[in-house]
Design a protein around this ligand. Structure first.
Ligand code: ATR
Length: 286
């Protein structure tokens, strides 16, 4: 009787990676290892430092290297979009952060959109009743926020940015529901804003704080900050002190990781309080 174990190729557990340059300290391995462990899935998630001139070659050999997919971070997100088959979200954001194979084809999406929206739903689902949102900042993160809000049917978004031309250019790509405004006009808009979102780097450790008087917001307003270092930004602390509901940047980071895990390992994981505590501790220790 032949030994069948010798004839069957060994089953290699699926693995994904985070591709970046330089290989920055990332919380993604912590998040995915937590889900692999708690769901009892045999699999892996590693960081791959890939310089820009080697990125294309790396992607072409992704599956040969044994990867079922990848996260992509700075500076590769735009190239990842161009070198894969992007979905509507990745196309609208102009950058891909999650890659996976479907029928042998390398597909991509941008999970910042659902990370932002799902975190908002989890923290304060009443945000959806608001007619007008005020979004601060006009960079890549702002694109994901705008796409998510419009996709969920918000009536109007005021887009404020220090460089107004950048807000104008971004608003033009999203149609009539997004109106560009100068940062100096924010004060007039606050009393009408049911949702305030900070996508700028203001309030981040080492940066100036965001000068916004949250007392001018309506009492039902929800405030979201994409900054997660520090976890509790001055904007979020002031908003809570005024009795407003808040959604923080760490929540978005955790929620944006869900889709990649589901695509690579076949199970949709939960953002639990235990996972949040684990990543919070890691953030505080570095
Ligand atoms: P990301 O892709 O992460 O959104 P980004 O493209 O660098 O990053 O955008 C950062 C945002 O923070 C921009 O909206 C930027 O405003 P400008 O477009 O005017 O540069 C905003 N920002 C950064 N520093 C700022 C400051 N000191 N005051 C006001 N806005 C600031």
């Amino acid at each position: 009787m032949p030994d069948l174990t010798l004839m069957t190729p060994a089953k290699i557990p699926p693995a994904a990676c985070l591709i970046g340059w330089p290989a920055a300290h990332s919380r993604s391995p912590l998040i995915h290892h937590y889900w692999l462990r708690t769901l009892g899935i045999e699999g892996g998630y590693v960081i791959e430092a890939v310089p820009p001139d080697e990125f294309k070659g790396f992607l072409f050999r992704l599956s040969l290297r044994g990867f079922v997919g990848a996260n992509v971070t700075i500076p590769h997100k735009e190239r990842a979009l161009a070198l894969s088959k992007p979905d509507a979200r990745a196309r609208a954001v102009g950058a891909a952060n999650t890659l996976w194979f479907e029928n042998g084809e390398l597909c991509s999406t941008n999970t910042d959109v659902e990370g932002f929206i799902n975190n908002l739903d989890a923290c304060a689902d009443e945000w959806e009743r608001c007619d007008e949102a005020l979004v601060l900042g006009a960079g890549g993160a702002s694109r994901a926020v705008l796409f998510g809000l419009l996709e969920r049917g918000i009536k109007r978004v005021h887009l404020a940015n220090r460089t107004v031309d950048r807000a104008r250019a971004l608003a033009a790509q999203f149609g009539a529901r997004v109106s560009p405004v100068a940062l100096s006009a924010v004060g007039e808009l606050l009393p009408r804003a049911g949702l305030l979102v900070n996508t700028t780097s203001l309030g981040m450790k080492g940066k100036p704080p965001l000068e916004i008087d949250v007392a001018m917001l309506p009492s039902h307003a929800v405030v979201a900050d994409l900054v997660y270092v520090p976890l509790d930004t001055p904007l979020l602390a002031a908003s809570r002190a005024h009795g407003l509901k808040t959604a923080d940047g760490l929540g978005m980071l955790l929620h944006q990781a869900v889709r990649g895990f589901e695509l690579w390992f076949g199970r949709r994981p939960e953002v639990t309080t235990e996972l949040r505590a684990l990543v919070e501790a890691d953030l505080t220790n570095t």
